[in-house]
Structures are given as structure tokens and as C-alpha cells.
Design a protein around this ligand. Structure first.
Ligand code: HQG
Length: 181
């Protein structure tokens, strides 16, 4: 991503996932913002936002963080919210194993309590090892946990997948986590 679109992506993450009130915006219960209102209100606080730029950010974002509705009048973040929104996920069957990248300092807590969603709506897991390595690397030297998601699912625990492919679940109890691979 170009620097400009990267900055705008960060700004959109802040507004659409965590703090729409920062620019006086309100999201509907499903997390959607009105595109015109978003542009107008962003430009009274900072500049550079117009429909072309927004479309470029949605199209080129490395993790498909945002999506338009069918007629491009609304926009929302695909996942990662800390504010309460209903993204209308439907439960689906996960693969047998999923990965979670974190760092060593959290290991003992995770061993005791399992993976918790912390400030997000869900625990985030990935199908690709490489993605988990990237996620863990944001915080330091990554450690990769393997989650026995197939077993969890058979035990009745629900999984969802966001539009951009992230696997989501409420919590991962420690007995389903393998700490070494
Ligand atoms: C850790 C980014 C102590 C957990 C990424 C993680 C991802 C615990 C941190 C997405 C714990 C939460 C999500 C426990 C979990 N004790 N620490 N019991 N349970 N943790 O950022 O999974 O750029 O909320 O291991 O790429 O790191 O936002 O979750 O280190 O896809 O699109 O608590 O965020 O995507 O951190 O990252 P986060 P995450 P975006």
C-alpha cells in the first residue's frame, strides 16, 4: 500500500472499529457508516478523503479490512471492532487446526486461562501459519499456538469467518491449545 492509503486505512480502522465519535459519526447496529457522512465529517477533521480514495483503500487494503454495501452508499470494517456492532456472522465448521500468533510473555496466562478476546469481539485465528507469524510479530518475537478447532467444533463451540477470511471464536479454552510445534 502507498503511504497515503496506509494512513487512511489506519484512520478508517480507528473510526470504523473503535471510535466513530471522534469525528461525530455514528455507525448503525451492523457497523455501517454512511459514505457521504464519513467523507464530510472526516474532511472537517482531516483532509484527503473522497469517494475515489475510499474505493482505492477498500480495493487495495492488504487485509481487506473494509467493505462497501451493494450500492456503495455504506462502508464498514470487516472485523476487529472494539465497539459493539452486530456483523451478522453465521456459524460455520472450521478446519481441523487453526493458528494463533502471540508472544512469549503471554504464554503462561494463555496456558492458565486460554485465549481470550481481550478488547475485540472474538479471538482471531488463521488458517495460514504465515499469517499467525505476522500477527505475532507485531508484538515481538512470535510464538505460534495451534488450536484444535475441529475438536472444539465437535464439542459444540461455534466458529465464524469474517469476510476477509479471519477465523473467529469466543474463547479458546487451554485444553484445545498445543503450545509447541
Ligand atoms: C493475547 C490484527 C494474555 C493475544 C492482526 C494477543 C489480527 C492473551 C493479544 C487481529 C490472552 C490481543 C487480531 C490471555 C489472548 N492472556 N494474553 N489469556 N489471550 N492474549 O490485537 O490476535 O491489523 O486483540 O495472543 O493482524 O493479536 O487489526 O489480537 O497477542 O488479524 O486488521 O492478547 O488484529 O489485524 O491482541 O490480532 P489483539 P491479535 P488488524
Amino acid at each position: 500500500m502507498k503511504t497515503n492509503t496506509k494512513q487512511i486505512s489506519k484512520f478508517l480502522s480507528l473510526i470504523l472499529r473503535h471510535n466513530p465519535g471522534k469525528i461525530g459519526l455514528q455507525l448503525d447496529e451492523n457497523g455501517w457508516a454512511d459514505v457521504n457522512e464519513l467523507i464530510y465529517k472526516s474532511n472537517t477533521h482531516r483532509n484527503q478523503l473522497n469517494i475515489e480514495v475510499l474505493k482505492e483503500v477498500v480495493r487495495t487494503n492488504d487485509k481487506k479490512r473494509f467493505a462497501f454495501n451493494e450500492d456503495d452508499t455504506k462502508i464498514r470494517a470487516n472485523q476487529g471492532h472494539s465497539i459493539k456492532v452486530n456483523l451478522e456472522y453465521t456459524p460455520i465448521q472450521p478446519p481441523e487446526f487453526l493458528y494463533h500468533g502471540t508472544v512469549g510473555k503471554f504464554r503462561e496466562d494463555i496456558r492458565r486461562k486460554g485465549l481470550l478476546k481481550m478488547s475485540r469481539h472474538h479471538v482471531h485465528l488463521s488458517e495460514e501459519l504465515e499469517t499467525a507469524v505476522k500477527v505475532g510479530s507485531r508484538r515481538g518475537v512470535p510464538i505460534i499456538l495451534t488450536v484444535r478447532s475441529g475438536e472444539m467444533y465437535r464439542d459444540g463451540i461455534e466458529f465464524y469467518q469474517s469476510d476477509n477470511g479471519v477465523w473467529l471464536t469466543d474463547t479458546v479454552p487451554p485444553e484445545y491449545i498445543d503450545f509447541q510445534r
